[in-house]
Ligand binder design. Structure first.
Ligand code: ADP
Ligand code: GLC
Length: 487
């Protein structure tokens, strides 16, 4: 079976978050089920700068876009030591110029952003319909960036290729003005139920198009699959999702343990692994990782911070990730001397400002305001606990990664966090989304950190948890089979 993954990011080529981890690792995991998977990505400037010399020009084509013919070029790269091919689509005018995501702070930028991924989607469908010899049985579309693909395949290119649409984050929807329809070559005189219904309120939502037109939709954890059918988490689309429940599935993400394993991780200072029942060696190695990481940081206190537990955060700095709860308990955070808080992240201006100020005010708070893959790995390895107090979390990878590194996650009871962390067994889960509930849980964790027996047991359980792709890749494989009528 041939499956094309269509997405905006993919590790190790280009990454801003968990979507890249998933798109970079699922195709590899699918190989075990005999699925021939390839990936389609935009060729952003940054990819050209980093990997240009490794890419091979394979083809070119043109699409009608905005009323004119516009060219696109296709380059090929490989993943997983050559086992997975990646097709990179290039066009200077609409697709490739600029950063990976435009900040959508003005209507103009928002427009550019939806145009960009509409161009990408159409070029991908065009190439695999009209040019490529390799024809996918299934197009697997990820998030709003590829949301219009199912519509294009079915209604504009009139192909039988099956489509699956995966929602990694319902909050980002790709809202476009109606012009996008003519830009994509859609003839409004021909009735199209889904498009016409979507257009009634004066815009086209690319994510909604994915939900409506795809043969199957899924999201990245069973709990989030349920949550998005409720008004609280539905982002205005709960009713539509409820109506489409018959084709909505929840599949938890897997982790690529070739990337995330402290035993082989080349970024960490001291590698480690669980041997038998004993976690003493792990404690020791994690301690040494903490000492070395702290030595790299500009620590502003004479106190030896390595003697304190370290709470890590590696995250996009957005309200999704619950930083407003930290703001709620900031007086405690600024006064406490019981743990070090180590934050790595970039994102919303106000959250960056909070963290910069807190770092100035407390020597127990360290903030690295950047995206840094290597440092992320070092923080997982050095941390004793990991903080993920999300307001909503479709799946979340950092709680799974932190467990693999023996850092105990402290999470809110939502989405994939709820599905992966077992309260007081391999992590801490707080129910109410309030600063108070978070604070109580943090205090409990710090207290139990000093109870060696309890802590060793938690660490042991966390290290034993298996979030590899085995089970989830099979679930995707079964969905693909269902689509192509082999089930
Ligand atoms: P999301 O996709 O919502 O951002 P996930 O938990 O699914 O959250 O995945 C986040 C991924 O991005 C993880 O691999 C995490 O290590 C990585 N990450 C987030 N912020 C940074 C950063 N500033 N530097 C390096 N890696 C980061
Ligand atoms: C999204 C979600 C995150 C999920 C990731 C990969 O960015 O916010 O929860 O883990 O996609 O599916």
């Amino acid at each position: 079976m041939k499956v094309l993954q269509i997405a905006s990011e993919c590790t190790p080529i280009i990454k801003t978050g968990g979507l890249a981890d998933v798109v970079g690792s699922l195709p590899k995991a699918l190989l075990a089920y005999g699925v021939e998977a390839k990936v389609a990505l935009p060729l952003y400037e940054e990819i050209g700068d980093k990997f240009g010399h490794q890419l091979k020009a394979v083809s070119s084509g043109s699409i009608n876009f905005q009323g004119n013919e516009h060219p696109y070029s296709v380059f090929k790269g490989v993943l997983a030591e050559g086992d997975i091919e990646v097709y990179l689509f290039q066009n200077d005018e609409f697709l490739s110029k600029g950063e990976i995501y435009y900040s959508e702070d003005t209507p103009h930028r928002q427009k550019q952003s939806t145009r960009r991924f509409a161009f990408f989607s159409r070029a991908v469908v065009d190439f695999f319909t009209n040019i490529s010899d390799w024809k996918p049985d299934v197009m697997h579309c990820h998030d709003w960036h590829a949301g219009i693909v199912p519509h294009l395949v079915k209604n504009e290119y009139k192909q039988d290729t099956k489509t699956i649409f995966t929602i990694h984050n319902l909050a980002m929807q790709g809202v476009s003005d109606l012009d996008i329809l003519s830009i994509l070559g859609h003839d409004r005189r021909i009735p199209d139920h889904d498009i016409d219904w979507d257009a009634e309120d004066g815009n086209i939502v690319l994510l909604l198009q994915g939900i409506l037109a795809a043969d199957i939709i899924n999201t990245v954890s069973p709990s989030y699959a349920y949550e998005i059918t409720t008004p609280q988490f539905g982002e205005g689309l709960d009713k539509v999702l409820q109506k489409n429940k018959h084709k909505l599935f929840g599949i938890i993400n897997g982790l690529d343990y070739e990337v995330w394993d402290p035993k082989t991780d080349e970024f960490v200072f001291h590698q480690y692994e669980l041997r038998g029942e004993e976690v003493g060696d792990i404690r020791e190695k994690k301690f040494r990782n903490k000492v070395d990481l702290l030595a790299e940081m500009a620590v502003r206190t004479d106190e030896d911070l390595s003697q304190l537990p370290m709470m890590g955060i590696v995250s996009r700095l957005t309200r999704q990730k619950g930083f407003q709860l930290l703001e709620e308990i900031k007086s405690y955070l600024l006064e406490q001397k019981d743990f070090t808080l180590m934050v790595l992240g970039t994102g919303d201006d106000d959250i960056e400002r909070w963290l910069n100020t807190w770092e100035q005010e407390s020597p127990y708070i360290i903030f690295e305001n950047k995206f840094d893959e290597g440092l992320a790995h070092q923080i997982y390895a050095a941390s004793d606990m990991f903080l993920i107090p999300s307001k909503f979390e479709p799946c979340g990878l950092t709680q799974m990664i932190s467990m693999k590194y023996g850092a105990i996650p402290i999470v809110s009871a939502v989405g994939g966090l709820k599905d992966t962390v077992i309260p007081n067994v391999n992590g801490y889960v707080f129910e109410e989304f309030t600063g108070t509930a978070l604070l109580e849980t943090m205090k409990q964790a710090v207290h139990e950190y000093h109870e060696n027996k309890i802590w060793d047991k938690l660490v042991h359980k966390a290290l034993q948890a298996d979030f590899s792709w085995n089970v989830s890749a099979k679930q995707y494989y079964l969905l693909y089979q269902k689509l192509v009528g082999q089930l």
